[in-house]
Write a protein that binds this ligand. Structure first.
Ligand SMILES: [Zn+2]
Ligand SMILES: [Zn+2]
Length: 188
């Protein structure tokens, strides 16, 4: 496990909530995230103000769509440009917080920021941390064509190509079948 700073797991959660079908998160325009689903993701990631309205959930949905292009193979400068645009739009204001008896930790929005502003700020700060303190390539996209879920690769060597063991296995099986079919064709 590498330390990639705040937000990386959270971004994973936002982009890939458990329990929603794979297809929903394919490509760059994930399907709407239901209010209840959103809330459980926020709770799971320690977001205190997690009770979003329908409208705030829709805003977060739009933000998820903007986070998506930060993932997957691409030139470094392009990825940084995208992340910088998002950083600029979050109007991040770092703030050392002591809320709920926690040890001092950085928040990326002002204490009075609305919940969506706070979530936008922490998620893109997380991506910036991954790029600056780990490696940009760790912002991955599943190599299985039918999936293409995004993920933050927190593995030790940072060489993950698939979002899950399941996708890796599916691909391995498909590859094996293809090879077998090719061999059979050659033998004929
Ligand atoms: Zn906090
Ligand atoms: Zn996948």
């Amino acid at each position: 496990m590498i330390a990639t700073g705040p937000g990386d797991r959270f971004v994973n959660g936002l982009q890939n909530p458990v329990g929603i079908g794979q297809k929903a998160f394919a490509r760059n325009a994930p399907d709407p995230l239901p209010v209840t689903e959103t809330r459980s993701i926020l709770i799971k990631h320690g977001i205190v103000r997690n009770n979003l309205t329908e409208q705030q959930t829709a805003m977060l949905q739009a933000w998820r769509r903007r986070l998506a292009p930060c993932f997957g193979p691409q030139p470094l400068d392009e990825r940084c440009r995208t992340v910088n645009r998002l950083l600029a739009d979050t109007a991040s204001r770092p703030h050392v917080s002591l809320h709920d008896g926690h040890a001092p930790h950085l928040h990326y929005s002002a204490p009075d920021a609305d919940p969506v502003t706070h979530i936008c700020a922490v998620t893109v700060a997380g991506l910036a941390y991954v790029i600056c303190f780990a490696s940009a390539e760790r912002l991955g996209r599943c190599a299985r064509g039918a999936c293409q879920r995004v993920f933050v690769d927190t593995s030790r060597n940072g060489r993950r190509s698939y979002c899950s063991v399941r996708c890796a296995n599916n691909e391995a099986v498909a590859r094996h079948r293809r090879e077998k079919a090719e061999l059979a064709a050659v033998a004929r």
